[in-house]
Design a protein. Structure first.
Length: 129
């Protein structure tokens, strides 16, 4: 994997993607600012986030993990050897962050692992922007 920083990556790109990544970063805002910096005007970023606030947290499969204190959440991920998962990176958090940095939301799509899940009133989905 290549780590691109403002010191090493100078090209501007038309299309970028960030797939199931933001919730694993210590500083998601830094990531979004870097996306904005290297994106060409009128370019597109495809952002995909899991729904961490769903009944079953998608990484650990724990029920209602989002309702527990951060210290407990951290212990669950540590026991599962899952590394860093920032439970505060919700869909609304990401939308506010992208807007504050200067992005414009063009389209929002919910993606489901199984098509039948669309029938549920609160189906687990991945949000893609």
């Amino acid at each position: 994997m290549c780590r691109c920083t403002s010191h090493t990556f100078t090209r501007k790109l038309h299309k970028l993607s960030s797939l199931s990544l933001m919730e694993h970063l210590e500083d998601p805002e830094k990531h979004v600012r870097e996306l904005y910096r290297i994106l060409k005007p009128n370019g597109t970023v495809v952002l995909q986030l899991p729904n961490l606030q769903y009944i079953f947290e998608p990484h650990s499969k724990w029920s209602l993990l989002c309702l527990f204190p951060k210290s407990f959440q951290s212990k669950v991920f540590e026991k599962l050897n899952y590394g860093h998962v920032n439970m505060e990176v919700t869909v609304n958090y990401a939308l506010r962050l992208f807007k504050r940095i200067g992005f414009e939301l063009r389209r929002r799509v919910k993606l489901y692992h199984l098509s039948i899940m669309k029938a549920l009133p609160i189906a687990p989905s991945y949000n893609s922007y």
